[in-house]
Write a protein that binds this ligand. Structure first.
Ligand code: ARG
Length: 571
């Protein structure tokens, strides 16, 4: 619709100047004035005439009427005056030329306008803490982060996806203590991740009874920091086991990272930043610790060094940001974490500003709400968590049961179950506004009815099925014609893809794409139910409808990719 508005604004402007030379609006101003009528039967866009009333000294309905009589545009089928608005309808020719033919020509690039060309965007997401479980709470950062990366990439940004692993800190001291006390090489080799997580959980349970364990953990971590050989070896081993586990989940989601530089990478990059803080007089000593006072900005102080001189989470983030700016020369660096960390980001972003880094406003924090399962909140320490891999496994299993029952002869059953199962979880999650807290209900996520992933996948598979049936027809030998409203409506929805992409980027909100996918599916299914496609009487109509189906498939396929949902040709 963007191009449509652009052309209409141009044509409207020439009409308005004819009406009076007192009007000196720019095309952009006209475009900003456009509204979407509440119901598309009223018009595709509306131009309100209220503001013009003062300049023209006429009532808005009169102005609207006058414009409607003079206005002509190649892209408009009609323009009617209603209550001070000029309601404008897009023409079929426009929809064919600028939507259908454009989708056919651009293919998977349709919807992209290159607005990110030449710019670099860094995304810090997923970033689990290696000693802790990789649980459903990480779903948000993982899929929102990756969607944002894909959206930016689609618009031409050069993107860097960073998994800032939590691979350093006292958590490793805890794990090492637990391993030394209760673990064994054999058990870890056999149990892998599960064994590591249960050692971590056991540590916490035992530490509640025996306070000295925490000191022991700190001591082991200090040894690690001083490169104690055994501890370094254990640490590398633990990290490797976890990385292998994460990879499986990332693979299911189609996610690949460009960098796994985690917290440990920055240990030697912090002193320089601490020194810079000290030299600029920003560091204050408070009860032995070094802090940056942020009271002027109504925030608690940002902690830089503990009493014992050890560094903290914000210190590491500051060092990492400086490193990334130098390394990638980013135009923006986006951090996706739970809203619980919002203060942390606000604090250290401010410190970066106070340090005089002029790129501080290129740092973006994207927070998201909490997830509970059937109303139950998660607690990492007690082990009351749903692991991400288990959540996906359950979804895949359920989908596979449905397929075995409904379509037992389906080829690649396993692949399809994975795409649909994992996709259903992702779609359900990303359907909500990211900041909202979500209660995850698997049954709803897996439903083939309603606004779900399986419904969207099913619609995609439907387009593939129709195209397969039409595979021996050359739909391109006739000129496209539009004969019914369902076709127009479908093309209109397809025309809004670029706008959806841009809003999703502007608001860092992948749910705009999930919702857009549902709009496309709804329009397509209406078209499918009300119109004959391959069996249409006239060859022109049949060919157009096949091409519409193909265009829908293209846009849906691209949109799925933007929200980390794999597509499947058959269900
Ligand atoms: N590892 C952290 C956690 O699990 C998230 C890291 C987010 N990124 C960052 N640069 N602080 O809570």
């Amino acid at each position: 619709m963007y191009n449509f508005k652009n052309t209409v604004a141009q044509d409207l402007l020439s009409c308005l100047t004819k009406l009076s030379d007192g009007i000196n609006l720019t095309k952009e101003e006209v475009m900003d004035m456009f509204e979407y009528p509440p119901d598309s039967s009223l018009g595709d866009i509306a131009f309100p005439c209220f503001k013009l009333s003062r300049i023209l000294r006429k009532a808005p309905p009169v102005i609207a009427k006058e414009i409607s009589e003079m206005f002509t545009s190649d892209v408009v089928s009609k323009a009617v005056a209603v209550n001070g608005y000029l309601n404008i309808f897009v023409s079929s020719e426009y929809l064919i030329k600028n939507v259908l033919l454009e989708i056919e020509q651009k293919g998977e690039k349709y919807g992209s306008d290159g607005s990110g060309n030449g710019k670099v965007a860094v995304f810090d997401y997923s970033s689990p803490n290696v000693a802790k479980p990789f649980h459903i709470g990480h779903l948000g950062t993982t899929v929102i982060g990756h969607s944002l990366k894909m959206l930016h990439q689609f618009q031409g940004y050069d993107c860097v996806g960073i998994n800032y692993l939590g691979d350093w800190g006292t958590q490793f001291g805890k794990l090492i203590v637990a391993y030394n006390l209760w673990g064994s090489r054999e058990a870890v080799e056999k149990g892998g991740v599960d064994e590591l997580v249960s050692l971590y959980v056991k540590f916490h349970n035992e530490a509640e009874k025996d306070e000295t364990l925490n000191q022991k953990a700190r001591d082991e971590f200090t040894k690690l920091e001083h490169h104690d050989e055994t501890n370094i070896m254990l640490w590398k081993w633990f990290v490797e086991i976890r990385l292998n586990e994460y990879q499986k989940t990332y693979k299911q989601l189609g996610i690949e990272f460009d960098s796994y530089k985690g917290e440990s990478f920055y240990t030697d990059k912090m002193p320089a930043q601490v020194e810079k803080l000290r030299q600029s007089g920003l560091l204050k000593i408070d009860d032995g610790a070094s802090i940056v006072d942020l009271s002027e900005y109504n925030m608690p102080p940002c902690l830089i060094l503990k009493k014992d001189g050890s560094t903290l989470y914000p210190t590491r983030d500051i060092a990492a940001a400086v490193y990334r700016k130098n390394e990638y020369k980013f135009d923006k660096c986006v951090y996706v974490t739970s809203a619980g960390q919002s203060l942390h980001f606000a604090q250290w972003f401010k410190v970066v500003e106070m340090m005089g880094y002029d790129w501080h406003d290129q740092l973006v924090h994207v927070p998201y709400g909490t997830v509970s399962i059937n109303g139950e909140k998660l607690a990492t320490r007690t082990g009351n968590v749903i692991l991400l891999k288990d959540l996906f496994a359950t979804a895949i299993e359920k989908v596979s049961e449905i397929i075995n029952e409904k379509n037992p002869d389906l080829p690649n059953k396993e692949e399809v179950s994975e795409a649909v199962g994992v996709g259903s979880v992702v779609f359900y999650y990303l359907y909500n506004n990211r900041i909202k807290d979500i209660n995850f209900i698997m049954k709803d996520a897996l439903s083939f009815e309603g606004n779900t992933g399986p419904y969207a996948q099913y619609t995609y598979a439907r387009t593939c099925g129709i195209l397969e049936k039409a595979s021996n027809i050359n739909a391109y030998e006739t000129k496209p014609v539009i004969t019914v409203n369902e076709e127009t409506e479908l093309l209109k929805v397809l025309s809004k893809f670029n706008e959806a992409v841009n809003s999703a980027i502007r608001e860092y909100e992948p749910s705009i794409i999930t919702r857009y996918i549902i709009d496309v599916c709804t329009a397509f299914n209406k078209f499918y139910h009300n119109c004959q496609i391959v069996t249409a009487d006239s060859i022109e109509v049949r060919n157009t409808r096949i091409r519409l189906t193909d265009a829908t498939k293209t846009v849906l396929g691209t949109a799925f990719g933007l929200i980390c949902m794999k597509k499947t040709e058959k269900i």
